[in-house]
Design a protein around this ligand. Structure first.
Ligand code: GGG
Length: 355
């Protein structure tokens, strides 16, 4: 899996800022990668288009050229954020959802960890979110009935996707080096016994697969209904290690977990497949602050670190994380989402200083 890759010998990284603050935080990710100097292969960045704003100008949200460059020329990417509208817009479809599908980036891995000595709960967990199915296949219909409009959505859960996200989650649990790793399967199979039931049973069955041969025997399996998961995350956040969830629950619980550590502006992710990885801050495009220069760059910086980890450059990745942790621990240079008054560039400069 992506977690066991040998160190990539080249770093050709597609940069897709997309919308809003994506344009302000992606340069910070680029700067920290460049600051690593000769400890990694010299990164080469290719700027690529996508997003709602691009759609309004050109009529396409995800140009074929972006996909071609990513698949033919790059071994990694960074995505910023996208502002898909909440209403239906003819001809538009979310480019991030499409990218995950087209590149088969089936796992969205979202570590949420507090930094000791900073405000907030004691958290050190990873949400492993299935990235290609569930309600996000976007098969929706609406009909008119005698009682008014009726809308339906199809929710897809397959054994294949549940098995591979399950494997990724077990691998994630092993990769953290914890003495007693625990994998929590998040579902709602008391209500959705067919779809969530299949997800739950398939993930539970991963350790018995012939090809893994006892590899996951040391990982304890637990389960939480999704509503109870949110409750327990707030009551006992420190008890969670790795959680695996279908697409929509994973989306929701990772945002909820972000609140525990103080800001969505701190939480990174990677979209990982077997052959490609794309870093992406968990936050959205934040139209309310876009263009003001005050977006928190830390989620994007940490996403660049996570990208490096998945490309096999563990020590340089750790160097970025240590610098970020030092800035947060000092607590002097913080953006407004963390109660500070600093600007995006000032936080980046401080991280670079610590590196
Ligand atoms: N970087 C995460 C992000 O952009 N979140 C907002 C999101 O996922 N929106 C879905 C969309 O706009 O299509």
């Amino acid at each position: 899996t992506a977690l066991r890759r040998a160190a990539a010998q080249t770093l050709k990284i597609g940069m897709i800022p997309a919308d809003g603050i994506g344009h302000e935080v992606l340069p910070a990710a680029r700067a920290v990668l460049l600051a690593l100097g000769s400890s990694i292969p010299k990164p080469e960045f290719i700027d690529l288009n996508a997003g709602f704003e691009y759609f309004t100008r050109t009529g396409t949200a995800l140009p074929e050229e972006t996909i071609r460059v990513l698949t033919e020329e790059c071994n990694g990417a960074m995505f910023g954020a996208v502002s898909s509208p909440s209403r239906r817009v003819a001809g538009y479809s979310s480019p991030i959802v499409a990218l995950r599908k087209k590149l088969d980036l089936y796992a969205n891995i979202r570590p949420v960890a507090s930094v000791s000595g900073t405000p907030g709960s004691d958290v050190d967990m990873v949400v492993v979110r299935e990235n290609t199915e569930c309600l996000y296949i976007k098969e929706e219909t609406q009909i008119m009935t005698p009682n008014g409009k009726e809308a339906r959505a199809t929710r897809l859960i397959t054994e294949r996707a549940s098995r591979r996200i399950g494997k990724m989650a077990f691998e994630t649990a092993l990769s953290r080096g914890k003495q007693n790793p625990v994998l929590t399967i998040v579902h709602k199979s008391n209500v959705l016994s067919v779809t969530d039931g299949l997800f739950r049973e398939t993930v539970r069955g991963v350790p018995q697969l012939e090809e893994v041969q006892g590899r996951y025997d040391g990982v304890k399996i637990e389960e939480q209904l999704v509503d109870s998961m949110v409750y327990r995350m707030y009551r006992e956040p420190a008890t969670f290690d790795v959680a695996v969830a279908p697409n929509m629950y994973g989306d929701i619980i990772s945002d909820a977990a972000a609140a525990l550590v103080g800001s969505l502006g701190l939480v990174p992710s990677v979209n990982a497949g077997d052959n490609f990885v794309m870093g992406e801050p968990v936050h959205g495009s934040a139209p309310d602050i876009a263009g003001k220069g005050i977006a928190n760059p830390i989620a994007a910086i940490r996403s660049a670190s996570l990208l490096l980890t998945h490309l096999g450059h563990l020590e340089p990745a750790q160097k970025i994380n240590d610098a970020v942790d030092a800035v947060l621990r000092e607590g002097k240079v913080l953006t407004p989402d963390l109660g500070g008054r600093s600007r995006t560039q000032e936080v980046l400069d401080e991280v670079l200083k610590k590196m």
